[in-house]
Design a protein. Sequence first.
Length: 303
Amino acid sequence: MEQKIGEQLRILRESKNISLSTLAQKTKIGVSLLQYLESDDYDKLPNRIYVRGFIKNYASILNVDEKPLIATFDSYFIVPEPIENLKYAPVPGEAKKNPIPTIITTAAISGLIGLVGIFLIYKNSQKKLNEIIKPEPAKTAKVVPKKILLKKEEPKAPVEPEPVVSPAVISTEELFTFRKNEKELVEAYLPKNIQNAIVEGKQNVFLFAFKDAAWITYKVDDKPIKKYTLEKDKGMMLKGDEIRLFIGNVNSAIIFLNNHPLEINSKSGVKSLIFPEKNKVKYKIPFFVFKEDGTVTTSDETN
């Protein structure tokens, strides 16, 4: 049986004596995401285009050819075409059976089809004769639109769309809420010096990786885009009038806005955030577009 991409990657990594934590540091990908990749758990990974990028980074660090690995990954999503008429495939030895019953059955069916055909021809001729005798219908008679008939006669099978590299839509959903157990989380994860360092009138965002490493991409105001791997038990502070943030392995981190912990839900493990939240109508989600060559741009730069 052909090995899946995750198993291939794990074997390659172990053959070079590289640990997951070391690989996470070099690829800037969280340990949990690498574990999901090696176990082929695609439901817990981000969009397919990002996973292809993970595999390329993985192959680059291991110094192996990425093309066969990408091909194996892409083949996982190819649905084989169904083989038609399998139920009517010939059975070995079937030709040796007595052909006489088959001939009789075929003749009976052919005769029946002939009688049905004669009846239909007669009925059709009677219909045409009635149409000749019957006066021409008025022009106001109801006519089914041609395009509806065409749509019914030639239905098109749904085609799965390719992953979209560019941003999709402007978000109207709520990106985050505030947690209820604020006091406990502040005492546990928000240092006193950070609490006292917020700037009034600015967006003060503090991130702390308490479960595992998280990888983030962010842009503060008009400053350049930056990428950073936030290791476990580490924190970082961002301040500005507007902060755009894309975080992977988001469930392993806690985020504070102006000293208030945020409640963030993400099934895929990645999340796009913007502060203040009202500014989300200015951009398309995701706020950052990750290209195959490793570069990153903002959604407004791709328009």
